[in-house]
Design a protein around this ligand. Structure first.
Ligand code: UD1
Length: 417
């Protein structure tokens, strides 16, 4: 199994290209199951999670031509067939469950294993199922599989108890070809939801209100061919912003959309970083970083839970005490014990972590317990004395394309062996 080895690095400087959003491309790919037409997608990141979705769709007979060099994908679901979704693939990644809404819509039936993914909480799918039920589907859960079926789906009003990203996407997709009008209230408002709605509308769907807390979907009969460019990955961008902050560097993020990064930008500015629009992207100059800050994760537009671990790595080496409160997932502090191995001073109290900034961290053998925890460890390692050895990096390559090369190009001392 390969590992990352990271040595203390100089301040990172230069340009980095931000790729297409992982959390956007996965639902967009899943949604192509609903139409028998050809769709051209651009800005596809070469990530292992995208490969998993590729394999799952291929199992259903979807033909996909993926030009990785040009980040381009041509997908056609004309001659697909329905079957039980492959257990080994679906349980690798939670976003696989997003095929359920499209399969239900296309075939009136789907049998999908309960999903896997990063072990950052219990992560149920009750809200997804509540939505399918409201649209008129029968739902059963047996032997680890969810089975949903409906002779016809009909529009309905659905109130989500929590603005779940996945549930909003799955229900929105199921409702696109349902008869009549569906309203999803208290829905998620993440940019990835808007991107999915934009893609579906480009295919002829009639979705309104995406990006607000109520999405209205007027059912249509047919989706037509389309072209779409996936939005840049705000979490990858945020991770490089913190790479700049932790090393007191000066980086320009090409393609980053500042509107999607407001809470991260606000916190870094509170810490005295200079952040400005520049040369087709965002300049993040953190030479004078000093103040510590508190953060509390929230659904968008709050501080993203996916940035919590990377930000904690930064707070570990900033003078003073900070409090990080995680409200989205109940078990998302697994990186704390790994950061402590590197000399961080962190105490967990229920859903909060109290961090006392230390003068320096030390390289150690640590484990990437999940995708964003792994990114946080790499960032911490950039400023730790000596060498840090990071194992279980398969989690990291799920969500960061060419992380090693991108960091190296900015001056980081990192290698994969
Ligand atoms: C998506 C993102 C993930 C991000 C998360 C929150 C993708 C592929 N992944 O995950 O990177 O960390 O949003 O921003 O887009 N919940 C329920 N019942 C449900 C569904 C969710 O209780 O039916 C709970 C979850 O356990 C969790 C919270 O809601 O505590 C948020 O989950 P959700 O927004 O659904 O996250 P994902 O879509 O899985």
């Amino acid at each position: 199994m390969e590992k990352f080895f990271v040595e203390k690095s100089p301040p990172l400087k230069g340009f980095v290209n931000i790729g297409g959003s992982k959390n956007s491309v996965l639902p967009v790919m899943a949604s192509t199951l609903m139409s028998g037409e050809t769709h051209i997608l651009n800005g596809i990141p070469d990530l292992s999670d995208v490969s998993v979705m590729f394999s799952i769709l291929s199992e259903f007979g979807v033909t996909i031509d993926w030009d990785k060099g040009n980040s381009h994908m041509k997908i056609n679901s004309k001659n697909i067939f329905n079957k039980e979704a492959p257990f080994d693939l679906v349980t690798k990644m939670r976003a696989s469950f997003l095929i359920t809404g499209p399969l239900l819509s296309r075939f009136g039936h789907a049998k999908v294993p309960l999903p896997g993914g990063c072990q950052i909480g219990s992560r149920p799918v009750d809200l997804h199922l509540k939505g399918f039920l409201a649209l008129g589907a029968k739902v059963s859960l047996e032997h680890g599989f969810v089975e949903v079926s409906a002779s016809r789906l009909a529009g309905s009003e659905i109130y989500l108890d929590f603005p779940s990203v996945g549930a909003t996407e799955n229900i929105m997709m199921a409702a696109v070809l349902a008869e009549g009008e569906t309203k999803i209230q208290n829905c998620a408002v993440e940019p990835e939801i808007v991107d999915l709605a934009n893609f579906l509308n480009a295919c002829g769907a009639n979705i309104e209100g995406e990006g607000t807390d109520t999405i209205t979907i007027h059912g249509v009969k047919y989706l037509h061919p389309s072209q779409h460019k996936i939005i840049p990955d705000r979490i990858e961008a945020g991770t490089f912003m913190i790479a700049s902050a932790i090393t007191k560097g000066d980086i320009i993020l090409k393609n980053a959309i500042s509107e999607h990064l407001k809470p991260v930008i606000a916190k870094l500015k509170e810490m005295n970083c200079l952040i400005e629009e520049a040369e087709g992207g965002l300049r993040v100059s953190c030479v004078g970083i000093q103040n510590c800050v508190d953060i509390k994760t929230m659904p968008y537009p709050g501080f993203p839970t996916d940035m919590q671990a990377p930000f904690m790595a930064l707070l570990s080496v900033v003078k003073g005490s900070s409090v990080v409160t995680e409200t989205v997932f109940e078990n998302r502090f697994m990186h704390v014990s790994e950061l402590k191995r590197m000399g961080a001073e962190i105490k967990i109290d229920s859903r909060s972590a109290v961090i006392e900034g230390v003068d320096s961290l030390t390289g150690a053998k640590v484990r990437a317990t999940d995708l964003r925890a792994g990114a946080g460890l790499i960032l911490a390692a950039l400023v730790a004395d000596g060498e840090t050895e990071i194992s279980d990096i398969h989690h990291i390559i799920r969500g960061y394309y060419n992380f090693e090369d991108k960091l190296k190009s900015l001056g980081a001392k990192i290698r994969m062996e």
